[in-house]
Design a protein around this ligand. Structure first.
Ligand code: ADP
Length: 489
C-alpha cells in the first residue's frame, strides 16, 4: 500500500456548508473521493455567519466544536482566529472553519479592494493555521491544495513570509476571476517590497493580480479540464494578464509543464435521481422514461406551462454563461414551440433582458432569479434538455449532473463542455458564440427528441457516462505524488 499523503484543501466555499457555484461542489466532494483513495485530505474554509446559523438550526445534522484559537498580525492589529471542526456530511473527512467576526463572517461585496483584503486575511490565517496544526495536533500537510484567487497568496506567504515551504498545488476553477486590486494589500500582510520581485518590474506597480502571483509561486498549477488548460496556455487574448503570468513563470522557473487539466467529477451521493429527496418522483435508468415524464408533468403544472419539449438553464447569471446568445435568438427558439425555464441569480442587466423576454412570451418562458437547490434538482429531473451557451467554460458541472438525470445538454463547443459531452451521442455541441449554430442545434435536438429511438439511446448513454469523482481523484493523487517527487529532488 502506498504512503498516505496528507493534503490540506483550501477554498472559500464547500457544499453543503456554503455554495454559490461549482467550486463549492468540488471542495465538498473531491476530498471524500480522495479519502477513498488513501489520501488523508482535510478541508479548511472561512466560518461565515450563514454556516454558523445553519449549524445552530441543525441543517446538516452535524455538530461543530471549537478546538482552539491563535493570533495573526494583520495591518496594525492582532486578530484572533477561532478554529472549529466538523466533518463533510456522509464521510469522515475533517473540515475546519476559521472564524473572525470582522473579516470572515461575510463575503465583503463593498468594492474589489475590500474583498481582496478579506481573502488576504483568510490566506494569512490559513498559513498560520498550518503552523497551529503542526504544533497542536501534530498533523502537517505534505501538500496545501489551494483553489482559485481567494487562496492564491498562500504559496507566497508560506514560502516568503513564515518560512514554511510546504509544496502547493493551485487549482484554478475559472481564470476570469483574478483578484485584481490595490498593491496596498501587501502592507496589511507585512510583506516587504523586496520580497515581491514579481510585481516590481518596470514602472512602479500600483496593482496586484493575486491569481497571477499564485501562478508564479505555487509548486504546480492545475485547471478543471484538459481542453480548458489547452485553451488557456495557447491563447494570448485569454483572460487579460494571465497569459503573461504563464509565460513569466516558464521563463523564470523553467517549467513548461506546470499546468495540468483534470476534469471535475460530481458527487454521486448528492446527484442521484434514484435517491433524490428533492425531486417529485425518483427514478433510475430502468424507468427513466416514466420517471422523467411524471416529474415534468408536476414541474410544468407548478409553473403553469403547457406540455412541450422543455429546456432549462441553471447557473450564475454572468456574461460567461452566454445568456446574451439565448436572448438574441429568443424569437427563433420560442417559435419552435418549446418551454424555456431559467434558474439563476447575478447580473441585473442579464436578468432584465430575460424578464423582458418572459413578458413577451408569457406562455413559453419562466424566470426564477434566485438560488434554490430544490428547484435546481427538480429542473435536472424534469427537463428534456439543458441549455449551456457559455462563451467559455472551465469545466462545467451542470452538463454532467443533467446527463446523470437523463437531461441532454445542448452546449457550446468549449472548455470542459467539449471534454465531457460527446456530440450527437450524449448531447449536442454547437459552435460557441454563434446564435445561428445554437438555433440549428436546438432544431436538431428537437428532431432527435421526436425520433424516439435515437433519443432513448442518447439519453441512456448520457445517464451511464461515468462522471464520478473516482477517476479524477486518482489523477489528483498522481499529481500530488509528482509534486512531492519534484520537491524532494
Ligand atoms: P460555475 O462553477 O461556473 O458556477 P458549474 O456548472 O461548474 O458553474 O456549477 C454550477 C453549480 O451551481 C451546479 O451545482 C448548479 O446546480 C449550481 N447552481 C448554479 N446556480 C444555481 C441556482 N440559482 N440555484 C441552485 N443551484 C445553482
Amino acid at each position: 500500500m502506498d504512503k498516505k499523503i496528507k493534503v490540506l484543501m483550501v477554498g472559500y466555499e464547500a457544499d453543503p456548508f456554503y455554495k454559490h457555484g461549482g467550486l463549492g461542489d468540488v471542495i465538498g466532494s473531491l476530498p471524500k473521493a480522495l479519502s477513498g483513495l488513501n489520501v488523508d485530505c482535510r478541508v479548511v474554509i472561512p466560518y461565515y455567519q450563514a454556516i454558523k446559523e445553519k449549524f445552530i438550526s441543525n441543517v446538516f445534522n452535524l455538530k461543530e466544536e471549537r478546538i482552539g484559537e491563535f493570533l495573526i498580525h494583520f495591518g496594525e492589529k492582532d486578530e484572533q482566529i477561532g478554529i472549529y471542526k466538523s466533518v463533510l456530511p456522509g464521510s469522515n473527512v475533517i473540515i475546519y472553519f476559521l472564524s473572525n467576526r470582522k473579516n470572515l463572517s461575510y463575503i465583503n461585496t463593498r468594492g474589489r479592494n475590500k474583498k481582496i483584503d478579506q481573502f488576504a486575511f483568510f490566506d494569512l490565517a490559513v498559513s498560520h493555521f498550518i503552523l497551529w496544526l503542526r504544533s497542536k495536533s501534530k498533523w502537517t500537510p505534505a501538500i496545501v491544495h489551494c483553489n482559485d484567487w481567494h487562496t492564491s497568496l498562500i504559496p507566497f506567504i508560506l514560502q516568503k513570509q513564515i518560512n514554511t515551504p510546504i509544496p502547493t498545488l493551485l487549482t484554478i476553477h475559472n481564470f476570469e476571476y483574478q483578484g485584481r486590486g490595490s498593491i496596498k494589500v501587501l502592507d496589511l500582510l507585512h510583506i516587504k517590497d523586496k520580497d515581491v520581485v514579481e510585481f516590481k518590474k518596470g514602472t512602479p506597480v500600483t496593482e496586484i493580480n493575486i491569481l497571477g502571483e499564485g501562478i508564479m509561486d505555487a509548486t504546480r498549477v492545475s485547471t478543471v479540464s484538459p481542453n480548458y488548460a489547452k485553451e488557456i496556455i495557447n491563447n494570448s487574448n485569454c483572460h487579460g494578464q494571465i497569459y503573461s503570468y504563464m509565460r513569466r513563470r516558464e521563463r523564470e522557473k523553467g517549467k513548461s509543464n506546470f499546468l495540468s487539466g483534470i476534469l471535475n467529477g460530481i458527487d454521486y451521493n448528492i446527484w442521484d435521481s434514484k435517491n433524490d429527496g428533492l425531486i417529485y418522483h425518483r427514478y433510475d435508468i430502468s424507468d427513466w422514461q416514466l420517471g422523467k415524464k411524471i416529474n415534468k408533468e408536476d414541474l410544468l403544472k407548478s409553473l403553469n406551462l403547457k406540455d412541450r419539449p422543455t429546456f432549462c438553464f441553471i447557473g450564475r447569471m454572468a456574461k460567461q454563461k452566454g445568456i446574451d446568445l439565448l436572448v438574441r435568438a429568443i424569437n427563433r427558439i420560442v417559435n419552435l414551440d418549446v418551454n424555456l425555464i431559467f434558474l439563476g441569480d447575478g447580473d441585473s442587466n442579464i436578468k432584465k433582458s430575460l424578464f423582458k423576454a418572459q413578458e413577451k412570451y408569457k406562455d413559453n418562458i419562466r424566470t426564477e432569479f434566485f438560488y434554490s437547490e430544490e428547484l435546481a434538482h427538480k429542473l435536472y429531473a424534469s427537463s428534456d434538455f439543458i441549455l449551456i451557451p457559455s462563451h467559455f467554460e472551465p469545466c462545467g458541472l451542470i452538463q454532467m449532473i443533467a446527463m446523470r438525470y437523463g437531461t441532454l445538454p445542448v452546449a457550446s463547443k468549449t472548455g470542459g463542455l467539449k471534454d465531457s459531452i460527446k456530440n450527437n451521442s450524449t448531447g449536442f455541441l454547437f459552435e460557441k458564440n454563434s446564435t445561428r449554430s445554437l438555433v440549428k442545434t436546438i432544431r436538431k435536438a428537437l428532431r432527435v427528441y421526436k425520433w424516439n429511438e435515437k433519443y432513448q439511446k442518447m439519453t441512456e448513454r448520457a445517464m451511464k457516462t461515468d462522471f464520478s469523482w473516482r477517476k479524477s481523484a486518482k489523477k489528483y493523487k498522481k499529481l500530488y505524488f509528482e509534486i512531492l517527487k519534484e520537491e524532494s529532488i
